[in-house]
Structures are given as structure tokens and as C-alpha cells.
Design a protein around this ligand. Structure first.
Ligand SMILES: Nc1ncnc2c1ncn2[C@@H]1O[C@H](COP(=O)(O)OP(=O)(O)O)[C@@H](O)[C@H]1O
Ligand SMILES: [Mg+2]
Length: 266
């Protein structure tokens, strides 16, 4: 399978995007997003950070093509996003595995539906099973796996077709702290190999600082960009080293303050 990374298909532009959800039953509409502009270079890792309800998932869904913006444009590889497509892999908080298919069959589902040759699909599956540490679990059913293992399968399933862009909506939010950290490390190590653009939604400041090249901090109602912070931390990163770095503590403090400021101002 030929990777699309490196061909410009991983470049993302939000061009003055606003989004409104119509209100049902005579209720007023929700202004979810206002004046959101952002450019992501191919291969960059952006974390979208903000409190619950500030519009993070709406932004991700616009990039996924599940919603079309009320105003403005979302471009992938220079073309407007009109619908979901194989150039954007997605991982949600819930792994959403098909319970009647085993680990291998869940991972190969996408290429199977796309009619890819069996040998090629199995070779790609073997590669991502190795990269996600799932060797030996190929024949296990989803119910036999821990939450962390299920997210490994979701990651391998999203990545098997090597999309130039990976969208992640709080993918590790339901995991315990130890498992979350090992999944974050896993994500960084796989990304080093594939070079995909990653758009990662989180409300966890530590997670954003550990993972991202840039942290985009949002304000709520309507969701706007408050601040874009460029990470000063070189890669490869180690979380146990990062938390000893005074710059990390300082940035974490600044971000927490930026996120909470609207409440102070009330
Ligand atoms: N399908 C929808 N219909 C109406 N309102 C929605 C819909 N999806 C999200 N919203 C509203 O838009 C705002 C942003 O939601 P969301 O993007 O899910 O926030 P976050 O992911 O940051 O928690 C919230 O006020 C939410 O209630
Ligand atoms: Mg959300």
C-alpha cells in the first residue's frame, strides 16, 4: 500500500469557519464555532485543547466531513472537505469495534470494504499489529480485550490504509492514567514511522503538551481560538523527563490560566 504522506494531501486549512446548529422544537440555534482559522502543515501534530462543550468535536467533525461549515471553508490538500474520505482516519473515545469480528478482522475491515487485495491487506495488518503491540491477540474477540487494547485495535484500524491525516477525538479519555500514558507513547512512536498529520482533540493539558507541535487553545460559546502555543520541547520526548522541565510547569500554568480565565472574568 502506498502512503499518501508527503504528497501535500496532509495539509489542512480552516478558513474563517463558523458553525451553527439549528435549534429543535422552537429553541434558538447554537453558535458552536466562530471565526476559526488555522493552518496545519503536512506531518504536523496539532492538539485542540479546551473545556467540555467549547466546540472541539464540532471542529473535528468539520474536518472529518461529518458536518459542513455554516460559514467559511475547510480544505484538505487544497480541496474543500465535502464528505468523509479515506484520506482522514478517525479514532474516537470509544473503539467501536465490531463484536462479531476478531482483532485481525476488525483491523482489516476498511481495506476489505475497499476491495484491496487480500495479501496486501494482511501484510499491512501484520505491520500495524506489530506497531501497536497486538501480536498474539489477532484471534481475540473485542470483549476479551482491555480498554487500552481495544484502543490499540482502533488505532491500527484507522492507520492500516495509511491516511495522510489522523483525527483523534479524546481517544484516550476513558483510559486509566498508566494506560493513557502508554497509548500516548505508542501514538508518538507510530507517527514517527508514518509521518501523518495528526489532529488531536483533548481537554487534558498534560496530554496536549506531551504530544503536540502546536497547542490550539479554544474559548467556549461560540468556540474561537484564544491562543496558539508552539511547543518548545524537542522530540523524541519522554514524559518522565518532560514533567521535570520547568518550562513544562510554566506552560501548563499559563494554559490552565488561559482556559479558566472566562470564569474569573464573570
Ligand atoms: N448536533 C448538534 N446539535 C446541536 N447542538 C450541538 C450539536 N453538537 C454539538 N452541539 C453543541 O455545540 C457546542 C459544542 O459542542 P462540542 O463540539 O461537542 O464540544 P466539545 O467537543 O468541546 O465538548 C455545545 O454547546 C453543544 O451542545
Ligand atoms: Mg467533544
Amino acid at each position: 500500500m502506498v502512503s499518501a504522506a508527503g504528497t501535500g494531501g496532509g495539509r489542512v486549512v480552516f478558513d474563517r469557519v463558523a458553525h451553527r446548529f439549528p435549534g429543535g422544537n422552537g429553541e434558538s440555534p447554537t453558535e458552536a464555532i466562530a471565526d476559526f482559522s488555522l493552518e496545519m502543515e503536512e506531518g504536523s501534530f496539532v492538539c485542540l485543547l479546551g473545556p467540555s462543550g467549547c466546540g472541539k468535536s464540532t471542529i473535528l467533525n468539520l474536518l472529518a466531513g461529518f458536518e459542513l461549515p455554516s460559514v467559511g471553508r475547510v480544505l484538505v490538500g487544497g480541496r474543500p472537505v465535502l464528505r468523509p474520505g479515506p484520506d482522514r482516519g478517525i479514532v474516537f473515545q470509544d473503539a467501536n469495534l465490531l463484536p462479531w469480528r476478531n482483532v485481525l478482522e476488525n483491523i482489516t475491515l476498511g481495506p476489505e470494504l475497499a476491495g484491496r487485495p487480500r495479501e496486501e491487506t494482511l501484510a499491512a495488518a501484520r505491520r500495524f499489529i506489530r506497531l501497536t503491540g497486538l501480536e498474539g491477540f489477532e484471534r481475540h474477540a473485542p470483549y476479551e480485550l482491555s480498554g487500552g487494547m481495544r484502543q490499540r485495535v482502533a488505532l491500527a484500524r484507522a492507520w492500516i490504509t495509511e491516511p495522510p491525516i489522523l483525527l483523534m477525538d479524546e481517544p484516550f479519555g476513558a483510559l486509566d492514567a498508566q494506560t493513557r500514558l502508554s497509548m500516548q507513547e505508542l501514538l508518538l512512536s507510530i507517527r514517527q514511522v508514518t509521518g501523518a498529520t495528526v489532529f488531536f482533540v483533548t481537554h487534558d493539558v498534560d496530554e496536549a503538551l506531551f504530544l503536540a507541535d502546536r497547542v490550539v487553545i479554544m474559548t467556549p460559546r461560540p468556540g474561537r481560538i484564544r491562543q496558539v502555543l508552539v511547543s518548545p520541547f524537542p522530540r523524541p520526548r519522554r514524559y518522565d523527563r518532560l514533567i521535570l522541565d520547568p518550562a513544562f510547569t510554566e506552560l501548563k500554568h499559563d494554559i490552565l490560566h488561559a482556559i479558566r480565565r472566562p470564569e474569573y472574568e464573570i
